[in-house]
Design a protein around this ligand. Structure first.
Ligand code: GDP
Length: 214
């Protein structure tokens, strides 16, 4: 994680672990805004290009292999999928974007849903924008970042698949992303480095979510 380890005390890490030690259930799949669950819990949403490693990261955070599979089942890939974490918060798996085989109509439908959701959800505390640590920011990532700036929703960049990159290249990429983040009003300035395969940065993300659930 680029955020200094000192930012999370052992107590923070333990709180994060405990949050995900309890129940963790699929609550709703939403393709139109009226179907949104009542805004009764704080929520954190996960966004990212298809194949960025979003399902793997959600599985690693929740410690369950089945959870994000729900979001991959046919009919659910274009929905906002809500998971109830111990009755304390919603984890929202947003549809993966940038998938080439999606039609224009599907894409504009998706954009409208996301835009309306981001603008109108008072309990949305933060969006984690996942970016592949080997590839850096792509046009579609810039698009969602701009959408988040316009909606005034705080967001953080989470780099995935850190185990795959070379150290020097990762450092350069982190520097480039941080420089870009300075231009974005709603972005948190630090980036988080994670690997779902090595469990790197996962405890810190849980701790962050526990903090956001307060
Ligand atoms: P999604 O489409 O964003 O949900 O991506 P998936 O979680 O399905 O992952 C896409 C591909 O990346 C799969 O082949 C995963 O095994 C791989 N992947 C995901 N996370 C990691 C990681 O942390 N390290 C490595 N090396 N591969 C990963």
């Amino acid at each position: 994680m680029a955020e200094s380890a000192a930012a999370f005390t052992p107590q923070d890490i333990e709180r994060g672990r405990l949050l995900f030690a309890g129940a963790c259930d699929f609550a709703a799949g939403v393709d139109t805004l009226p179907r949104l669950p009542d805004a009764t819990l704080p929520e954190v949403a996960f966004a990212g290009r298809s194949n960025v490693g979003k399902s793997s990261l959600i599985n690693a955070i929740t410690g369950r292999n089945t959870l994000a599979r729900v979001s991959h089942t046919p009919g659910r890939t274009q929905q906002l999928n809500f998971f109830d974490i111990a009755g304390r918060m919603f984890l929202v798996d947003m549809p993966g974007y940038g998938y080439a085989k999606v039609s224009k109509e599907q894409r504009s439908g998706w954009e409208a849903l996301i835009r309306d959701y981001l603008r109108g959800r008072p309990t949305l505390r933060c969006v984690f924008v996942l970016v592949d640590s080997r590839h850096g920011l792509k046009d579609v990532d810039h698009d969602i970042m701009t959408m988040l700036d316009e909606a005034g929703v705080p967001y953080r960049i989470i780099l995935t698949k850190a185990d795959k990159g070379k150290k020097g290249e990762l450092k350069a990429l982190i520097g480039a992303v941080q420089a870009e983040l300075k231009k974005h009003t709603a972005a948190f300035p630090d980036v988080h480095l994670t690997s779902a395969h090595d469990d790197d940065g996962i405890g810190e993300l849980r701790a962050l979510m526990a903090r956001l659930s307060d």
